[in-house]
Design a protein around this ligand. Structure first.
Ligand SMILES: [Zn+2]
Length: 320
């Protein structure tokens, strides 16, 4: 027997196995998908099962035992379901989201959504992942809390930031800093440091790259990341960056501009593409969350839609 006939004989032996494995996986995925769908239907019935105490009438000790034995639901998932269903009982838009995407997606917004805003939140929940929705809901709450200072022009949002920094400095460095501060204020000293750092960065700022390929050159990448030390640039977000985001969409410009490339965590990058960041063309300290999506140009909308689809294929950075 030659080598090639041996190989093809082996292939014949392997192929039935491969087919079997593929088939097993396909069946498992199909059943899994359906079991999730049916579980969601059970979840939607739970409030009425509880209301009419059907579990008791059918001889169960509690609704938890009823849901565990009949639908394999854990104690925690029944508790979460009852809580969330109570929150959405007067919001049919969000009930539909639960039916489509499950109870988990509702959790970050259950306490924020009102009857008036239910439609808005339902749309967001349908188009966002749970992580992005949770990050957006957090920003939304923050923007509501700081709303009174928005009109006055005076906002003390960051007044406690320095005390929140919780600096852990070695004694010898603290002593040096104290000397550098001298008779001046910490504000003045820190501002001086920031100016020096920014000046140094500017001196080494790389050129904008035109007619570029998707790959971002290391020089530009390093410059952009030095501005936040590899952290998401969205105000108050301290997550590590995951994506270098083109605030001027790359698909339209084919440019890597060191000034308009911004490091973002995934949730904030998704928000940018959902059209939810105000002042996106300014530097990130001026960014605010939008409480409604208003895309100004159709062109951008198309690109952002394309980016959303792109996530299923290539690496995220190339899509942004
Ligand atoms: Zn972030």
């Amino acid at each position: 027997m030659t080598n090639s006939t041996q190989n093809s004989a082996q292939n014949l032996v392997q192929n039935p196995n491969q087919i079997l494995e593929k088939n097993l996986h396909a069946r498992f995925t199909f059943y899994g998908k359906n079991s999730l769908k049916w579980k969601r239907k059970c979840t939607l019935l739970l409030p009425e099962i509880a209301k009419y105490r059907i579990w008791e009438k059918k001889g169960f000790f509690s609704i938890y035992e009823y849901a565990a034995k009949l639908a394999g639901m854990s104690h925690a998932s029944v508790e979460a379901a009852l809580w969330a269903m109570k929150k959405v009982e007067d919001k049919p838009e969000l009930r539909r989201v639960i039916e489509e995407k499950g109870i988990e997606i509702i959790r970050p917004i259950a306490n924020i959504a009102t009857q008036e805003t239910a439609k808005f939140w339902a749309e967001k929940a349908m188009e966002m992942s749970r992580n992005t929705l949770a990050a957006y809901a957090k920003e939304y709450k923050k923007s509501e809390r700081s709303a009174p200072c928005a009109g006055s022009g005076i906002c003390h949002k960051n007044s406690d930031l320095f005390s929140d920094l919780n600096l852990q400095i070695k004694p010898e460095i603290a002593e040096k800093l104290q000397k550098l501060k001298g008779q001046g204020s910490w504000d003045d000293l820190m501002e001086k440091f920031i100016n020096l750092y920014e000046q140094k960065l500017e001196e080494n700022k790389p050129q904008l790259q035109e007619n570029a390929k998707e790959y971002i050159p290391a020089k530009i990448k390093n410059y952009v990341l030095a501005k936040t030390n590899n952290t998401c640039a969205f105000p108050d977000c301290m997550k590590p960056y995951e994506i270098l985001h083109h605030t001027e969409r790359f698909a339209l410009t084919h440019e890597h501009d060191p000034d308009s490339l911004i490091p973002l965590c995934k949730a904030h990058e998704r928000m940018a593409h959902a059209g939810l960041i105000e002042n996106e063309n300014q530097s990130p300290e001026n960014w605010r969350i939008k409480t409604t999506a208003d895309k100004t140009t159709e062109k951008w909308q198309k690109v952002d839609k394309w980016v959303t689809q792109c996530y299923t294929g290539k690496s995220a950075e190339n899509c942004a």
